[in-house]
Design a protein around this ligand. Structure first.
Ligand SMILES: Nc1ncnc2c1ncn2[C@@H]1O[C@H](COP(=O)(O)OP(=O)(O)OP(=O)(O)O)[C@@H](O)[C@H]1O
Ligand SMILES: [Mg+2]
Length: 186
């Protein structure tokens, strides 16, 4: 993929499909590294499933639906010298506290680093399609932090749905302003 933000969209889609009521997206950057972490409270995965999804060459692959979202994300991280971690607690094991955490570490100065791309547009697309699922976003940069929490926005808006065009424009402007403040043009 040309932009890591599209990988993020793909992973967030997994969380929505898993029946999560919220998805946390955390981006943490230093001068040299980028860590992308998604956490959700969806149905989770069994241990076997976790093993299978992170190994695209696994011979037991036919035991799962063929998917490339996670292997692509893993590849994008590993080709920079980084790595992927995935941990999950399935609802069948823990009915009260289940979900998935997926995290990729990227070395930004590596030749094969894929740029993050248009995070603001990606978030707007995600929020537009997320329905009632809350999106909790934070991007920590050396120059400051950008954050957005749809739970807070919903509280202010009363009953107005987030997918209303005016609301999405406001979200886009708000994020763009925050990025401008930390000196990043996204
Ligand atoms: N956050 C998650 N919660 C629960 N299950 C997940 C989660 N992410 C992935 N999975 C499981 O792992 C499988 C593989 O995910 P992956 O993104 O690699 O492929 P996919 O979503 O099946 O297909 P694709 O992303 O290529 O359209 C999913 O089908 C799903 O069963
Ligand atoms: Mg997927």
């Amino acid at each position: 993929m040309k932009e890591l933000s599209l990988n993020i969209l793909d992973l967030a889609q997994n969380s929505l499909t898993a029946g999560s009521t919220w998805v946390m997206i955390d981006l943490e950057e230093t001068e040299d590294t980028l860590r992308i972490t998604l956490k959700d409270n969806g149905c989770g995965m069994s241990e076997e499933m976790v093993r299978n999804v992170t190994d695209p060459f696994c011979t037991t692959r036919k035991t799962r639906k063929v998917g490339l979202g996670i292997p692509f994300f893993q590849l994008a991280a590993e080709q920079t010298g980084g790595s992927l971690t995935l941990s999950s607690i399935p609802a069948s094991v823990s009915p009260d506290s289940h979900g998935t955490v997926i995290s990729g570490l990227f070395y930004k100065n590596h030749l094969d680093f894929t740029p993050l791309g248009d995070v603001v547009s990606t978030l707007c697309t995600l929020i537009q399609g997320a329905g009632d699922v809350d999106i909790i976003f934070s991007h920590k940069l050396p120059g400051g932090e950008i954050s957005l929490d749809t739970r807070e926005i919903k509280e202010v808006l009363g009953g107005i749905p987030l997918c209303e065009p005016e609301v999405l424009v406001w979200i886009r402007d708000n994020l763009t302003e925050q990025y401008d403040e930390v000196g990043q043009n996204h």
